[in-house]
Design a protein around this ligand. Structure first.
Ligand code: UN1
Length: 507
């Protein structure tokens, strides 16, 4: 892709989240002092967010449909300017929003700050992308005709977002739909209603009409299901589990309404393949970041480390040693490396998988799991026999390891056979091998000789294939297109004069 391709180019000036996030690791940037952040957290008032009933869906949809024509007719510059204004407000509000993420999503400070920056990047990137795409495109064609391809807003989008990126993904979905002229009814994750509520207010304050952007709080089974079943919906953008994405696809197909797009970004059993030429320290650093940061609660996180047997002992010594040093604890504590899981359901689920791996795998690191209510799980590492034994996406700080020998292409094939295709890490010093393995993999994002999380908006468009999602990639040059329909207008320019003279001279 030509647009803002990473390699040797400096980051585009309007995007800045990445540089600090990737190079700084877990360090805080100097701009956000611990005092400012700590104050922002302690001054957050307690707020109770009311859940909505499914009955709210019908009036919200009617309001959105009524607002659509006028919103779509506004110049794209105006809509883009609203996103830019929202980005500015969010920049000013960074400590508060980071504090909200620490409090409600239980993120550690570096992850919380990185998420606010990513959100700013999404707003700016999609604003610029909309301006780039707005111009009607002249298509080549025969003389005597003029063919023009133009993008149109589709209508009303339902945006269903997850708790693990309750600001960045929530806002990214909404921003993409709005800037292309669509109305949105958003349903944030029920675990993180508050940060969504504050972001919604910010978007309204930046100029987005309240009828154009609405939000309903509730569970997937109630509000989510009612939204998706509504015949007035023109598109659904969803990030969450594979099974829910499939449920949405079925519901959309079953309803009385148009055939509409689903943009789904789901999970993955993400692997890292390490060959015998890799640098053990580099691998260990990448594994730590990828498997345990955000307590493993990222869809991009590393789940399965595939080590060549010639290097396995050395890498495991480093990984297990460093992982056992990670401190699990209160996310508001600046010394914490691994924060808690989001809620008791997640905790019970991860504990169940740990129990299963204790029985079936070889324990490399399994500290005791503290009791609830803190939902803390320290970093765990288990060795399993085969790639095919990694049957579940374990959404927590639990790493599975397999050893391999022989042909690395066979390992990639086994990883592909798990059915997912989100992220893949490759560590090798043989360049042509990296290229060949990347080509063989179906992963949507392949990272070579580095960690495999923290895709940067506008630089590493993010998203998967197969069980991991539908595409297009968020934060990439094709994302906005899916929120639009395409219209081609063909005008017969040659015949206009001829027709006129025919009508004028009926001989
Ligand atoms: C998710 O975890 O649901 O690259 C998706 C990353 C993030 C992943 C977001 N953009 O780590």
């Amino acid at each position: 892709l030509q647009l803002q391709q990473g390699h040797n180019l400096p980051l585009p000036p309007q995007l800045y989240g990445a540089q600090r996030r990737n190079s700084a690791g877990l360090d805080l940037a100097e701009a956000e002092t611990r005092d400012t952040l700590g104050d922002a957290l302690t001054t957050l008032p307690v707020v109770v967010v009311q859940m909505d009933e499914a009955g709210k869906v019908e009036p919200a949809m009617q309001r959105a449909r009524a607002a659509f024509p006028a919103w779509a007719a506004r110049p794209v510059d105006e809509r883009a300017a609203m996103l830019q204004a929202a980005a500015e407000r969010l920049e000013l509000g960074l400590p508060r929003f980071a504090a909200l993420l620490v409090q409600e999503a239980r993120k550690c400070w570096p992850d919380a700050i990185a998420e606010v920056r990513e959100t700013i990047d999404f707003l700016r990137y999609y604003a610029n992308e909309a301006l780039r795409l707005q111009a009607p495109q002249a298509m080549p064609g025969p003389t005597g005709e003029r063919n023009t391809l133009q993008l149109r807003a589709r209508g009303v989008w339902v945006a269903i977002s997850p708790w693990n990126f309750p600001l960045a993904i929530f806002t990214g979905q909404i921003a993409a739909a709005l800037v292309t002229g669509n109305c949105v009814v958003a349903k944030p994750a029920e675990q993180t209603p508050r940060v969504a509520t504050e972001m919604l207010s910010l978007l309204h304050a930046a100029g987005v009409p309240t009828s154009v952007l609405q939000m309903l709080h509730g569970t997937g089974e109630t509000v989510g299901a009612a939204l998706v079943a509504h015949p007035g919906v023109d598109g659904v953008v969803f990030t969450g589990s594979t099974s829910v994405a499939k449920g949405i696809q079925r519901a959309l197909a079953a309803r009385d309404g148009p055939i509409v797009p689903l943009i789904a970004e789901t999970g993955g059993i993400n692997a890292m393949l390490v060959d015998a030429s890799a640098l053990p320290e580099q691998v260990a650093d990448a594994v730590l970041q990828s498997a345990f940061r955000s307590a493993g609660q990222r869809c991009s996180a590393l789940r399965l480390l595939c080590l060549h047997e010639g290097i396995a002992a050395r890498v495991l010594e480093l990984v297990v040693g460093a992982a056992s040093e990670l401190r699990a604890g209160d996310p508001a504590d600046f010394a914490t490396d691994v924060g808690p899981l989001i809620d008791s359901e997640a905790f019970i689920n991860v504990k169940r998988h740990i129990g299963r791996l204790r029985e079936r795998g070889r324990v490399l690191l399994a500290p005791s799991v503290p009791a609830q209510p803190h939902h803390l799980v320290a970093a765990h590492v288990f060795e399993i026999s085969n790639v095919a034994d990694a049957t579940h996406e374990i959404f927590g700080p639990v790493l599975q390891v397999v050893r391999w020998k022989g042909d690395p292409a066979a390992v990639i094939d086994a990883i592909n056979a798990l059915g997912y295709g989100l992220t893949l890490g490759i560590h090798t010093r043989i360049d042509r091998r990296a290229a060949a393995l990347a080509a063989r993999s179906r992963a949507g994002n392949v990272y070579v000789n580095r960690n495999m999380i923290g895709a940067v908006v506008g630089v590493q468009p993010f998203g998967g294939e197969a069980l991991s999602g539908t595409g297009p990639k968020a934060g990439g040059p094709h994302y906005l297109l899916r929120f639009c329909s395409e219209q081609v207008v063909t005008i017969n320019t040659a015949a206009a004069g001829g027709n006129a003279s025919l009508l004028g001279n009926p001989q």
